[in-house]
Design a binder for this molecule. Structure first.
Ligand code: NAD
Length: 427
């Protein structure tokens, strides 16, 4: 085992791992929806789970073997779609949870994709560019029969970027003897990426927030927001919410956060991070911890960093009126009920951060037709699809008299199970 590997981080004692956390919500939604037992058994498990070994000759000359995963939760609505994550503590359960979330996310977004997710257990901070490229290319070759523009389409996720997508596209194309741009999304624009993809998730967070405020006739210019995480999702959400007149009271990243009662200068924060990579030393206001940030008095809280930030331990201290989940799984299953009973509305991850996969779908479409849209066109289409998805979830939550989260799961389960019934069971 490579020296830099840490043992997988243990999940908090007595609390569910990500897959169990997803299943708790799925089970509740199936119960409310009264899903047929056979269909429940079909949909609760992934259809394929692959573990691959990735031998790589390191720069030091040493041979190391990394473990990679690809989980296809389903391909009922179309080819499976989902990002690839590089992390030292990732495990199969985490990938299974993320793959299922992709199924529900694509169904809610009304895009013709099933759900998948992939990962390689490695620490990219400790790898050279060459080692990263070798891992990526060997991972792709090991999954060459799974990936494909009509079967399974990866995308970036934590610690993977457009360069890694370019390597996957190139490796796949070399093996197929033709250029297959549609095999991955999140590529550089110059090789078939989509305009607006980089900002898409944060833009979707902004659109979902505006739609939620509209249901209560709240003027965004009278509201305040707090944003945890200042990476791709957090920084774009902050910029676009602030453009809508929302006062951003606090922002943070892994190094800590800032509170400013007069409003954070978001432009300055974005400029600072582009030069310094973290917010440390940015001097945007009073220094606060991430724990304090989550508990601030505000209208809108956007957790856009990582999973399990609001748990049974701090849920009672949250004062926001609306939480928009930019990250995947930032609220643990045990916190759901506490948050709901406090009257805090939650726009769940599978709706709130679906802007990324929606524009990935646009990228795939553009690659297939070989004609590329301008950014206004992409943003306009994203706005229409996100608003429609929000309204569908809102109406389902109302119909079942339940939370937005369970409304979102029910909408997705209804759609996927109906298509499954129409397609029938082969065999
Ligand atoms: P990123 O790596 O660009 O940014 C992550 C940010 O979170 C960074 O600012 C980092 O410093 C901060 N962070 C990390 N650990 C933290 C901690 N313990 N406390 C506070 N801040 C912390 O990642 P991203 O692409 O912005 O993704 C963020 C979340 O959104 C993830 O859960 C990801 O799965 C989800 N997501 C991303 C996309 C996308 O298109 N990028 C789409 C859907 C969902």
């Amino acid at each position: 085992m490579p020296e830099e590997y840490k043992e997988p981080a243990p999940y908090r004692k007595g609390e569910p791992n990500p897959f169990e956390s997803m299943m708790i919500r799925f089970d509740k939604a199936c119960e409310l929806y009264k899903l047929d037992e056979g269909l429940y058994n079909y949909l609760k498990l992934p259809i394929k789970q692959v573990i691959v070994s990735i031998p790589v000759r390191m720069d030091s000359g040493k041979l190391e073997v990394f473990e990679g995963y690809r989980v296809i939760h389903d391909n009922i609505l179309g080819p499976s779609k989902g990002g690839i994550r590089y992390a030292p503590d990732v495990d199969l359960d985490e990938v299974k949870a993320l793959a299922s979330w992709m199924t529900w996310k694509c169904a809610i977004a009304n895009i013709p994709f099933g759900g998948a997710k992939g990962a390689v257990k490695c620490d990219p901070r400790k790898l050279s560019q060459r080692e990263l490229e070798m891992i990526t290319r060997r991972y792709t070759v090991n999954l060459i029969e799974i990936f494909g523009p009509d079967s399974d389409i990866p995308a970036p996720d934590m610690n993977t970027d457009e360069q890694i997508m370019a390597w996957i596209m190139d490796t796949y194309s070399m093996h197929k003897n033709e250029t297959v741009t549609g095999v991955v999304t999140g590529k550089p624009i110059i090789i078939g990426g989509s305009r607006g993809r980089r900002e898409a998730t944060g833009r979707g967070v902004m659109i979902a927030t505006m739609a939620a405020l509209k249901t209560q006739s709240i003027d965004p210019t009278t509201t305040t927001a707090v944003i945890q995480g200042f990476g791709n999702v957090g920084s774009v959400s902050a910029e676009l919410l602030s453009e809508k007149g929302v006062k951003i009271l606090a922002v943070s990243d892994v190094t800590g956060g800032y509170f400013n009662a007069n409003g954070i200068d978001v432009k300055k924060a974005v400029e600072y991070i582009s030069k310094n990579r973290t917010l440390e030393g940015a001097g945007l206001g009073d220094s606060i911890t991430n724990e304090q940030l989550l508990e601030l008095e505000c209208d809108i809280l956007v957790p856009a960093a990582k999973e399990d930030q609001i748990t049974g331990e701090n849920a009672d201290k949250i004062k926001a009126k609306l939480i928009v989940e930019g990250a995947n799984g930032p609220i643990s299953a045990d916190a759901d009920e506490i948050i709901y009973n406090k009257g805090i509305r939650v726009i769940p991850d599978i709706l709130a951060n679906s802007g990324g996969v929606i524009v990935s779908y646009f990228e795939w479409v553009q690659d297939r037709i070989g004609y590329f849209w301008d950014e206004d066109d992409v943003n306009h289409r994203l706005n229409r699809m996100m608003t429609e998805a929000f309204n569908n979830v809102y109406n389902t939550a109302m119909e079942y008299n339940t939370s937005f989260r369970l409304g979102a799961y029910i909408y997705a389960i209804d759609k996927v199970s109906k298509v499954l019934k129409l397609r029938g069971i082969y065999g």
